[in-house]
Design a protein around this ligand. Structure first.
Ligand code: PEP
Length: 251
């Protein structure tokens, strides 16, 4: 299988930031990011898309959203369509983050429809999959992530090689508990095999990110694994020096 040339490091700011904080963070990133050997994105809260579009203009930083509506337009109060995100230069949209699955009841089918909506607008969905602690302890990790990814493959089979997958064990998100490189690689290999069945050799192009308390100290060992093609970074993406160190570790 051919592997993608570049890793992807994507920051998920979650519901953090302000006009002033965003300007300071992006300025600090721009000042020191240089010409990274990986792709870099920041996934920002929807109200700040226009601001951050301007802040990242002409830099190696791509703009990302944290969610996208499954619907094209109409009576869906509070949602943003993929076309609207595209209007603001959005290149990536996180779909199926565990916080949306957990707090907003998003099902596998909803996540799959959101991925389809993003792809139809030319936005790369970052599809999050991952097991809870109880699912891991019950030995169901592989079954859970395969089920979550299968829904996305089923709905997007023809263009599945255009997605990014993020393996985010729920027990590792925001907890300071990171999957070991070996634990993460084992799940990534399962996902790669599933993608290979769906997309053949094109599966090698699909980037599978790890997310869950990735930080400046543990990034290099995670990113050294054969099937870890980047990271989705929450907390550490809000601190410019930490995020920059993770970017530097992604060769
Ligand atoms: C995330 O929210 O996608 C995430 C990985 O968060 P953290 O890095 O803070 O665990």
């Amino acid at each position: 299988m051919t592997h993608p040339k570049k890793k992807l490091i994507a920051g998920n700011w979650k519901m953090n930031g302000s006009l002033a904080a965003n300007a300071a963070l992006v300025a600090a990133l721009r000042e020191s990011v240089g010409t990274p050997s990986c792709d870099v994105a920041v996934c920002v809260p929807a109200p700040y898309l226009a601001q951050v579009q301007g802040l990242v203009d002409g830099s190696p930083l791509a703009l990302g959203a944290q969610d996208v509506s499954a619907h094209a337009q109409g009576a869906y109060t509070g949602e943003q369509s993929a076309a609207m995100l595209k209007d603001f230069g959005v290149r990536y949209a996180i779909v199926g983050h565990s916080e949306r699955r957990q707090y907003h009841g998003e099902s596998d089918d909803t996540v799959a429809a959101k991925a389809a909506a993003a792809l139809a607008a030319g936005i790369t969905p970052i599809v999050c999959v991952g097991e809870t602690l109880s699912e891991r302890e019950a030995g169901h990790t592989q079954e859970v992530v395969r089920r979550q990814l299968a829904a996305v493959i089923h709905a997007n089979g023809h263009c599945i090689s255009e997605i990014v997958v993020a393996y985010e064990p729920v027990w590792a998100i925001g907890t300071g508990k990171t999957a070991t490189p070996e634990q993460a690689q084992a799940v990534h290999a399962v996902l790669r095999t599933q993608l290979h069945h769906a997309a053949g050799d094109l599966a090698g192009r699909i980037r599978i990110l790890y997310g869950g308390s990735m930080n400046a100290a543990n990034a290099a060992s995670l990113l050294a694994q054969a099937d870890i093609d980047g990271g989705l970074i929450g907390g550490a993406s809000l601190k410019a020096p930490d995020f920059l160190q993770i970017i530097a570790a992604a060769r």
